[in-house]
Design a protein around this ligand. Sequence first.
Ligand code: C2O
Ligand code: CU
Length: 593
Amino acid sequence: MGCFKPIGFFCSVFCFAVFVCILLLQSEAEASELYYDFVLKETNFTKLCSTKSALVVNGSFPGPVITARKGDTVYVNVHNEGTYGVTIHWHGIKQPRNPWFDGPEYITQCPIQPGTNFTYTVLLSSEEGTLFWHAHSDWTRATVHGAFVILPAENTTYPFPEPDHEEVLVFSSWYKEDVAILMDEALKYGGLTTLSDSYAINGQPGDFYECSNETTFRLAVDHGSTYLLRLVSSVQNTDMFFAIADHNLTLVGVDGNYVKPVVTNYLMITPGETMDILVTATQPPGHYYMLISPYFDGQADDFDKSVTSAIFQYNGNYTPTSSPIYPDHIPGFYDIDAARNFDRQLKSLASPEHPANVPQHITTRMFIALSISMLRCPNDTCDGPDGNRLASAMNNITFANPSIDVLQAYYRNISGYFEADFPDKPPTLFNFTSDDLMTDNVTLSDQGTRVKMLNYNETVEIVFQGTNVMNSGENHPVHLHGFKFYVVGAGVGNFDNVTDPLTYNLIDPPELNTFPVPKDGWATIRFVADNPGVWFMHCHYDRHMSWGMNTAFIVRNGDTEETSVRPPPDYMPSCGENSIYGGAEQSMFQLEE
Ligand code: C2O
Ligand code: CU
């Protein structure tokens, strides 16, 4: 018997030591490595009474949610079992020194060809909150997208009371026809792009469309509980107002960053934006509509005006009203003030745990005019005005995709694929917001693959000026890869470089990756170019992106290994083949070598 005592004693000491070790390990909060497999495959879906096949990930629309913690590394092996080339982008994730795995086609890689696979390494750093992933080739984003949830690091928590439950709400567009064919047709003839047939919340169009009310998305809620709703807009071309009948929303995060809480009864979300909101179920038990309703500030009348619904549905024993309660405060399609008032309220937390490090001293200034434009067509045979091809431009340059990616051309020193001379200002200055911008000297843009070079650690300020060229003034949700930026100011009209900078918020501006530059107005962003690599910047409306409202930054290496691009992976998809769906022709917006 006696001999057990020492063993028991030894065991307690040993166990105690192990216990202490575990505690120590936990407080060090090791980042984890996570592995996902994405199988891209054509899959049949029936919506709006009609069936089509669409390319999706792992059989689902929207695709799977990736969940990680701040600082983790996520490996995603993408198997392309579809019929055309695809790339995937990790929207809002900075990928420090890791442009190889950022994803935009012809910027950092060529498409993953059918029958092949490619494993992305996604490095999380300062992101925390909700972001998303999506295809970044042609218009494949329409059906290839999903949420990317980044929880606080181990042993840290939200800067707000822990919610009782969390739910992801992904907003999408739905087309009855094959999106790849619709896009190819539109780009071939140079006219307007086809409108969507509906929007969707978590893949479901909702009660106000034919053949849809059986599958409307329902969120079952408990009275008194608080829900963290993670909103992702992967809508193709339209901004959305969101509201829940009779419930206030508390906005606590935007684009994977916390914000000072905003209590509101609606919000506006553009393609490419993500938001975290808290909603407490405090109303009488019932069924309440959650709506996304389009917002449009341009002059044209052609957008999909349908409204998509989901249901915020209380658990318990009660008799609900015959149809769910409808929000009485969701803004109308053209309510520009409602949209602007919402965006004006965004402020970063700027707390000790979540500081705002707004660059105060600027070394590189740019002024970028955003325009809808036209390219001449041989014999005026295109579908745009006067037989021209509809296009769009930044500083009058309509971006053309090169035939091998910019990153490869830059890193391997292969000349002839891009020019490093993207202009710091528009070629001519004119009254950008005038109603009279219809003449060739302002409507015609130049095509080119022109990028902006930045030295490591430059502090960059960009004033974006929305223009009304061709009476096409509307907001443009500009998105930048590889960085988060501070939106230090925004306003209407032509930017005034004397008075407008006086209005800048340099204390707690929101830190974002996408921001709507107001219609016929301006917005100023600041960021530090501390991420070497090649980083795309574009309007997140897919129609404007494929018309060329894009450019890229090349940030040079710093002096040390830690400030230089990581070594290239052993394998990148080859650039040998043209990825455009359906055949041999290249897109009008892709340059031949
Ligand atoms: Cu959400 Cu360049 O993309
Ligand atoms: Cu745009």
